[in-house]
Ligand binder design. Sequence first.
Ligand code: NAP
Ligand code: GDD
Length: 359
Amino acid sequence: MKTALITGVTGQDGAYLSAFLLDKGYAVHGMRPYAPLDDTANIRSVMDHDHFTLHTGDLTDSGSLMRCLADIAPDEIYNLGAISHVKESFHAPEAALNVNGGGTLKLLEAIRTLNMTDAVRFYQASSSELFGNAPAPQNEHTPFDPCSPYAASKLYAYAITKNYRNAYGLHAANGILFNHESPLRGEEFVTRKITRGIAAILAGKQDHLTLGNLDAKRDWGHARDYVHGMWLMLQQDTPDDYVLATGQARSVRDFVETACAHAGITLEWRGSGLDETGIDTKTGHTLIRIDEKFYRPHEVTHLCGDAAKARDTLGWTPDIGFKALVTDMMNADMAANGVDLSHRNDDNTDHVYTLYAAE
Ligand code: NAP
Ligand code: GDD
């Protein structure tokens, strides 16, 4: 039985990857930092699996990494742990560097110190944020242009991973992943904020949704497809770096419109800039407002990936398209908010949103 260690196991990708590897017959060891409150909601479905073990460890703490590695002796390590919110990294840039950059170095050094270099394969969660505002489409040859402390910290992690591959022969791969989402996506990321917000409005729990830059474009895929790509990278004889992407970019505005359409709402945009609003054409209610505080000091405006190398070498292509992604997220958030669209009453525009809520 193969053994895998996943850092950042309680995050979106950690949860999907755990389920994927358990399904493949791996023994999965997940690492998460000490948390005073229960942070295992995402991995509840795998926690009781006989071959899943949860460890406390921190990427900023070499001793905990060494102990985890020595105890587990993994065949594969997936380094997903990170401070992953780009906007937050502007507020705490040193923390981003210490966890995302320094943490990766500490993990690589632990592998080397424990003489595990020839025994393990290492996946580094690199990011399309490395490309910043380099012209789209971006692929493995596109020059990096990091536009945030998060991206700068991930650039260090990318480089040091490559360095351990070249200097010490470690089987190490950088997955340069474009945005991928799911019902388990953190609530502070824009896609989940939108699907949760619309579901809460439909349930009568929230009046409107406030967003930042509606025109930023991202290449959004489904996390389920992307964890498969991570695994494929570690099954190759020769380690390398790969972009994973759908090749289709959509704006935040497109995402909002698609999510609303799923709930039968047609939006009309009025005004511009910070005064722009999104109005429900049926009810006249203002559903979307803009606030400057959700903009970043330096915006990344257009990420769209070219994953030809992953397709040709790994045989990886994403199965879940944009509309299916939005549908999956909307259905999960509507169910969580008790919204049942069959309760809709199109003739009644008074308190229309509470009418969607199931009894
Ligand atoms: P996520 O949901 O934010 O999960 C990140 C995980 O890292 C959380 O479980 C977090 O634990 C953990 N973590 C934070 N600080 C840590 C520390 N000091 N030591 C150990 N673990 C720590 O992120 P995700 O979306 O699953 O993404 C997984 C990885 O892929 C991240 O490295 C991210 O930067 C990268 N990535 C993501 C995307 C994407 O679109 N999702 C795209 C490209 C790259 P707590 O919650 O307890 O803090
Ligand atoms: N979070 C957020 N909240 N973003 C907003 C909002 C808002 O209210 N309004 C507009 N946006 C815009 C952001 O300005 C950005 O251009 C875009 O929506 C996507 O933002 P996020 O969902 O926060 O993701 P991200 O692209 O910055 O970063 C994610 O993807 C990276 C890969 O490209 C994260 O998962 C990173 O960890 C990952 O590396």
